[in-house]
Design a protein around this ligand. Structure first.
Ligand code: ADP
Ligand code: MG
Length: 237
């Protein structure tokens, strides 16, 4: 069903591509809940005959409505901008079909396949090591282009055949700060030591390919050691 506003746009003015997107938004069909998280709700849907994921930010009722709205708008724009930057840096990310700031929603390509987190549990060692080398290369590409993901874990990577697709840039930023890149790598390492504790030696492959692909990589990994020391010190107190 085409909304009144979109129909009016279609009648009165020549359609631009963004108008077409507004109208196309109304052809969403077969929405099923995928996951409801603290910050976002994910639905699978069909959009113009394509399998898509709708990522809709959850409204926080404890925040002032105006503040909440501007925060949501900032986060959506931030996520989309970083996805596009990552793609430009040669990192696979889902194709973005539409961004609706009124609904706090991104419509993006649905990536078939499983999370790297789950794949690493079942893949034979050689394949798992290959995946880890690719993870290191992805982190290197992001950081070489001053893109910090903000939640760089294997839950935010999807395995589509041999391709790793990175998602969930909502906490990311564009920065050259060593500290931020270090925190990214620290989080990734923690993921290997908790989620993948049985195969945590695989993280060596991540580090090795990260350093090979990124000239400043060794300096970032030194920073990670410092962050870990700081963490141990604060935990003791
Ligand atoms: N484009 C996508 N294709 C397939 N699954 C997706 C896609 N985006 C998100 N998901 C699934 O939804 C989950 C949550 O999405 P994510 O963007 O990480 O939001 P959250 O902030 O809730 O972590 C992911 O772990 C993944 O399983
Ligand atoms: Mg996530």
């Amino acid at each position: 069903m085409i909304s009144v506003a979109s129909a009016r746009i279609a009648r009165k003015v020549r359609l631009t591509s963004s108008d077409i997107l507004i109208i196309a938004e109304n052809f969403l069909a077969a929405v099923t809940v995928h996951r409801i998280g603290a910050e976002a709700r994910l639905d699978s849907a069909t959009w113009m005959n394509r399998s898509v994921v709708l990522k809709q930010r959850v409204v926080k009722s404890y925040r002032h409505p105006t503040l909440d709205k501007s925060l949501q708008t900032f986060r959506i724009k931030n996520e989309v901008r970083l996805m596009l930057e990552a793609r430009r840096a040669g990192v696979s990310v889902p194709i973005i079909y539409s961004v609706d700031l009124a609904e706090n929603r991104i419509v993006m390509e649905e990536i078939p396949g499983m999370r790297v987190k789950d794949a690493l549990e079942s893949l034979p060692s050689e394949k798992a090591e290959g995946v880890c080398r690719k993870i290191g290369e992805i982190a290197a590409r992001l950081h070489a282009n001053d893109i910090v993901h903000g939640d760089l874990t294997t839950s935010n990577m999807l395995l589509d055949d041999d391709r790793i697709v990175v998602i969930d840039f909502s906490l990311g930023s564009k920065t050259s700060e060593l500290e931020d890149k270090g925190v990214d790598m620290h989080l990734l390492e923690e993921a290997f030591h908790s989620a993948h504790y049985k195969r945590s030696e695989l993280y060596e492959a991540v580090k090795d390919s990260y350093v090979r692909a990124y000239p400043a990589g060794a300096t970032v990994l030194k920073k990670v050691e410092e962050i870990e020391k700081r963490g141990r010190y604060t935990r003791k107190e």
